[in-house]
Structure formats: structure tokens, C-alpha cells
Design a protein around this ligand. Structure first.
Ligand code: PXP
Length: 235
């Protein structure tokens, strides 16, 4: 199972002060040292965390795979063509959402998504679609020519451990169907150190993209050391 590390929230801390640190580019290098198989960032329309500058630098620094999440818009296609990430994951984007709130509706927006996927492929970029674990969405995703789907684990992640079995089954069924249609199957959203294992055991899923929980843990694990370093400097 590959781990794709989403470093958006390193940039969130930076943007809280509009400062230079912490730099997500440095975070990407460290995540790779830690064994990440890929680095994921979401370039949002409102640029609330990742900035265009980050994408350009990440393209130079990332040695594994750079996966950029973006909305299916002309602006984003042209940025992707310029930056040339290894993969683009198309996601829905709503203006005031705190985070991505659901998968793409590929059934409803089939033409638009197929068109954007084709344009990205013409630029040599692999395309993945972030979808809810629904069989009609998997079928529609395959018809767009995308190479992969990322199954939304957000609903599963919000559920209590004792009541998430049905949702886990839904994810498993969608993964099995996507795999049988020849799609590469990824997963992600809301996964944590507590809930990740059952999803990681689904054999059709080859990669999980995890961000918030890893960055949260990094802040806590690194805080004691950071305070000690400052105490030493103060003398
Ligand atoms: N996959 C997609 C498509 C996402 O939009 C996000 C959040 O940016 C993630 C995975 C990672 O989610 P989390 O930060 O909750 O681990």
C-alpha cells in the first residue's frame, strides 16, 4: 500500500500569518524521507493554503510522485499544463466548504469531466477522479478515460468504529468494481491513525492519501523538541 502525503495544512499554518514558514516544499522533502510514495496538494480556487509558487517548487523538489487535486476548470487545466504534475485528481470545490465535502458527480457532469480529463491527458498528465463509493459513479468514471479513481472515505471517517461496517462494505464494493473495470483504485479523506487499518486491508486499493491527521500528529510530536530548542536559545 502506497502512502500519499497531503501537505496542504502545512501551508494552512503558513498562510495564517502570510509568512514564509512552514514551507510545504520542505515538508514534502521530509515526507519523502519518511517513506511517502507521493506528495499531494490541493490548489484551491481561493488559494487558502497551497499557492501557485508552491506547485512550481514542488515540481522541482518532489522525487516520488506529485499529485495535484484541483477543480475541473479552465484555469486549473492551464496551471496543470504549465506545472506538469505526475497526476491530477479532479475534485469538486464549493466556495465556503472547510474541506472537500463529497466526491465528484461524474454521472451528472460527465461531459465536462471527460473533456477536462482528455485535455489533461493530452498534456501527458495521469488523471484520477475523486468519487463517492457508488457503483454508478465508478462506471461513469471509467467512461471518462481516467486512469484512476480515489474513493472518498470521508463518510466512513466520520462514523464511530462500531457503526462504520456498512460504509466500509460500500467502499470495498466500489473498489472491487473499479478494479475490475481496469481502474487504479486509491482512497482518502479523513483517515486517521485510528481508523485507517480496515481501509488499508482492502486489497484493490493501492494508495491512500492522508493529510490532516499526519500534519496534526507532526505538530504534537514535534512541539516538545521545538520548545526545547527555543529554551536553549534564550539561555
Ligand atoms: N483526498 C482528497 C481528494 C482530498 O480532497 C483530501 C483533502 O484535501 C484528502 C484526500 C486528504 O484528506 P485528509 O486531509 O482528511 O487526510
Amino acid at each position: 500500500m502506497r502512502l500519499g502525503v497531503n501537505i496542504d495544512h502545512v501551508a494552512t499554518v503558513r498562510q495564517a500569518r502570510c509568512a514564509a514558514e512552514p514551507d510545504p516544499v520542505t515538508a514534502a522533502a521530509l515526507a519523502e524521507l519518511g517513506g511517502a510514495a507521493g506528495i499531494t496538494v490541493h490548489l484551491r480556487g481561493d488559494r487558502r493554503h497551497i499557492q501557485n509558487r508552491d506547485l512550481h517548487l514542488l515540481r522541482q523538489v518532489v522525487r516520488t510522485r506529485l499529485n495535484v487535486e484541483m477543480a475541473a476548470t479552465d484555469e486549473m487545466v492551464s496551471i496543470a499544463a504549465d506545472v506538469q504534475p505526475d497526476q491530477v485528481t479532479l475534485v469538486p470545490e464549493k466556495e465556503n466548504e472547510v474541506t472537500t465535502t463529497g466526491g465528484l458527480d461524474v454521472v451528472r457532469h460527465h461531459e465536462l469531466i471527460r473533456d477536462v480529463a482528455e485535455r489533461l491527458k493530452e498534456h501527458g498528465i495521469l488523471v484520477s477522479l475523486f468519487i463517492d463509493p457508488l457503483e454508478d459513479q465508478v462506471g461513469a468514471a471509467q467512461l471518462t478515460g481516467a486512469k484512476a479513481v480515489e474513493i472518498n472515505t470521508g463518510t466512513y471517517s466520520e462514523m464511530a468504529v462500531h457503526s462504520c461496517q456498512q460504509e466500509l462494505d460500500r467502499i470495498r464494493r466500489a473498489a472491487t468494481m473499479a478494479h475490475s473495470l481496469g481502474l487504479e483504485v486509491l482512497g482518502g479523506h479523513g483517515l486517521t491513525y485510528v481508523n485507517v487499518k480496515p481501509v488499508a486491508r482492502i486489497s484493490e486499493i493501492v494508495e491512500l492519501n492522508i493529510g490532516h491527521s499526519i500534519v496534526s500528529r507532526a505538530v504534537l510530536i514535534g512541539l516538545e523538541r521545538a520548545v526545547r530548542d527555543m529554551v536553549v536559545l534564550l539561555g
